[in-house]
Design a protein around this ligand. Structure first.
Ligand code: NDP
Length: 479
C-alpha cells in the first residue's frame, strides 16, 4: 500500500487528473473497468510519475494507503452507483470515495448518506476546466465532511489551478454542496455564453460588422472589465476562417446549440428553490429553441423588425452601448447564480462562503474572469451581501450602464434581433428595483377565481373578497 490516491475511470478526465496528481509528487494507483485503458495510459504516460497500475478492484484497493482515497472519474449516472457498489465493500471505516464526475447534487446527497451509514466519507466534487484543466489545474469544488477535507483538501488544492498564489479549490459545504456549486457554475456559463453570442449577433446584424471586425472588438473588450476566458475564445472563434470554403467559420456551422444538461439541471433546480435565475433560464431555452427546426420553419415566413443601416458614427456608438449592455447583463446573470447558491445553502444547511466561490472560479474553469475578483472582494467586504447590486461599486456601474442597456434592448426589438438573455437580465433588474409590481393584480385574480386570499398593504392578516356578491364585506380568513 503505497499510493496516496487512486483514480478509477481513465478516460480523458480521469487520466489527466491522475497525471496531475503524479506530477505533483503523489503516488497514484490507476484502474479502469476495461484494463486495456490502464495499460495504454501507463505505456503512454507511465514515465511522468509514480503510478501503480491495477487490473482488479482488489489490487487497486490494496495499493492505497490508509485512510484510502479513491477518486471515481466515470460516466456520471448509474455507472457511478455501480462503481461505488463494487468498491465500497472493499473499503474500511474512515476511507474516502471522491466522485469527480458531473453528478446531480441530489444523487450526491443520496450517495453521501448511504456511505456515511457504512462509515465511508463520500466527497462529491465538482471539477471544472475540461481535459486541459484536469491536466494543468482545474477549479475544484469538493463537498462532503470537514473531516474528509482535512485529509483531501491539501491534495486537491495542490493539483488545482492557482491565481495570485491561491488555489482554486475550497471546501464548499457538506454532502452535495460541491456538485451543486459546479452545476450553478455551468448555468452561469450558459448565460455568459449566450450574452456574448447576443452581443455578436447585434454587432453583426445591427452594427453591420464582419466576424473578423467583431473579433477585434472582443479582443479590445478583453483588455477591460469584460476580461475573461470566454471573451478571449470567442474572439478566436470569430477570427477563424473555414479552410475549405474561405468563409468565416461561424457561417459554416449549423445554428442549433447542444447541451449536456447541466444548464437544464440548474433551471429545474432553480424552480424548486424559487430562485429567479431568468437570464440563466433564457440562455438554456435559447439553446433548446435553436434546435427546434420544425418550429423555426413554421415561424420563418413571418415579419420581423425594421432594419436601419447605421452611419459609421452610429455604429461606433452602438458598439460602445453593446459593451455596456453586455457588462450589465453579465452582472445580473452572475448575481442570479449567487442568489441560487445562497438559496440552496439555506435549504440544505450548507455553510457556503460566497466570496470563496468567486475566488476558486478565477482560474481553471470556463467562466474564469477578472470580474470574479470583484465578486470575491464584494463578499469579503460584506459577508452578509444579499446581492452584487447592493455593493456600491457594482451599483454605480449598473447605474451608468443602464441607459445604453435599455437602448440596446430597444434597438434589438425594433430590428427584430432576439436578445433573450439581455432582455431577461434587464427585466430582472427592473423587476427587482420596482417599488410596486403588478403582482398585486395577480393576487386579485387568484382571489377572484380560487379564493386564494391576499395580504393588504395597510393591515395584517389574510383577506378574501366575496367577488360574486358585490357590496358584501371583505372577510378576514386567518382569524
Ligand atoms: P466519460 O464520461 O466518457 O466516461 C468514460 C469512463 O467511464 C471510462 O473510463 C469508462 O470505462 C467508465 N465507465 C463507464 N461506465 C462504467 C461502468 N458501468 N462501470 C465502470 N466504469 C464505467 O469520461 P470523461 O473522462 O469525459 O468524464 C469522466 C467524468 O468527468 C464524467 O462524469 C464527466 O461528466 C465528468 N467531467 C467531464 C468533463 C469534460 O470536460 N469531459 C469536465 C468535468 C467533469 P471503460 O473504459 O471500461 O468504458
Amino acid at each position: 500500500a503505497s499510493a496516496q490516491i487512486g483514480v478509477t475511470g481513465l478516460a480523458v478526465m480521469g487520466r489527466n487528473l491522475a497525471r496531475n496528481f503524479a506530477r505533483n509528487g503523489y503516488t497514484v494507483a490507476v484502474h479502469n473497468r476495461t484494463p486495456r485503458r490502464t495499460r495504454d495510459m501507463i505505456q503512454e504516460f507511465g514515465q511522468e510519475g509514480a503510478f501503480v497500475p491495477a487490473e482488479s478492484p482488489a489490487a487497486f484497493v490494496a495499493a492505497l494507503e490508509r485512510p484510502r482515497r479513491l477518486l471515481i472519474m466515470v460516466k456520471a449516472g448509474p455507472a457511478t452507483d455501480e462503481v461505488i457498489e463494487e468498491f465500497a465493500p472493499l473499503l474500511a471505516a474512515g476511507d474516502m470515495i471522491i466522485d469527480g464526475g458531473n453528478a446531480h447534487f441530489a444523487d450526491t446527497r443520496r450517495r453521501e448518506r448511504a456511505l456515511r451509514e457504512r462509515g465511508i466519507h463520500f466527497v462529491g466534487t465538482g471539477v471544472s476546466g475540461g481535459e486541459e484543466g484536469a491536466l494543468h489545474g482545474p477549479s475544484v469544488m469538493p463537498g462532503g465532511s470537514a473531516e474528509s477535507y482535512a485529509v483531501l483538501g491539501p491534495m486537491l488544492e495542490r493539483i488545482s489551478a492557482h491565481v495570485d498564489g491561491e488555489p482554486c479549490c475550497t471546501h464548499i459545504g457538506t454532502d452535495g454542496a460541491g456538485h451543486f456549486v459546479k452545476m450553478v457554475h455551468n448555468g452561469i456559463e450558459y448565460a455568459d455564453m449566450q450574452l456574448i453570442a447576443e452581443a455578436y449577433h447585434l454587432l453583426r446584424e445591427v452594427g453591420g460588422r464582419t466576424p473578423a471586425e467583431i473579433a477585434a472588438t472582443f479582443r479590445r473588450w478583453n483588455e477591460g472589465r469584460l476580461d475573461s476566458y470566454l471573451i478571449e475564445i470567442t474572439a478566436e472563434v470569430l477570427a477563424h476562417t473555414d479552410p475549405g470554403t474561405g468563409k468565416p467559420f461561424v457561417d459554416i456551422v449549423q445554428d442549433a446549440a447542444e447541451q449536456k444538461g447541466t444548464g437544464r439541471w440548474t433551471v429545474q433546480t432553480a424552480l424548486d428553490l424559487g430562485s429567479p435565475v431568468t437570464a440563466i433560464a433564457q440562455a438554456t431555452f435559447a439553446r433548446v429553441a435553436s434546435a427546434r427546426t420544425e418550429l423555426r420553419a413554421a415561424y420563418r415566413p413571418l415579419p420581423g423588425g425594421v432594419r436601419q443601416k447605421l452611419s459609421p458614427d452610429e455604429a461606433e456608438r452602438f458598439t460602445r452601448d453593446v459593451e455596456q449592455a453586455l457588462y450589465a447583463s453579465k452582472v445580473i446573470a452572475y448575481d442570479q447564480g449567487w442568489t441560487m447558491i445562497r438559496d440552496a445553502a439555506a435549504e440544505y444547511g450548507w455553510d457556503i462562503d460566497l466570496g470563496a466561490v468567486a475566488k476558486i472560479w478565477r482560474g481553471g474553469c470556463i467562466i474564469r474572469a477578472a470580474f470574479l475578483d470583484r465578486i470575491r472582494a464584494a463578499h469579503a467586504a460584506n459577508p452578509d451581501l444579499v446581492s452584487l447590486l447592493a455593493e456600491a461599486g457594482f451599483a454605480a456601474e449598473i447605474t451608468e450602464a443602464q441607459p445604453a442597456w435599455r437602448a440596446v434592448v430597444a434597438t434589438a426589438a425594433q430590428h427584430g434581433i432576439p436578445v433573450p438573455a439581455f432582455s431577461a437580465a434587464l427585466a430582472s433588474y427592473d423587476t427587482l428595483r420596482s417599488a410596486r409590481l403588478p403582482a398585486a393584480l395577480i393576487q386579485g385574480q387568484r382571489d377572484f377565481f380560487g379564493a386564494h386570499t391576499y395580504r393588504r398593504t395597510d393591515r395584517e392578516g389574510s383577506f378574501h373578497t366575496q367577488w360574486a356578491e358585490p357590496g358584501r364585506p371583505e372577510v378576514r380568513t386567518d382569524t
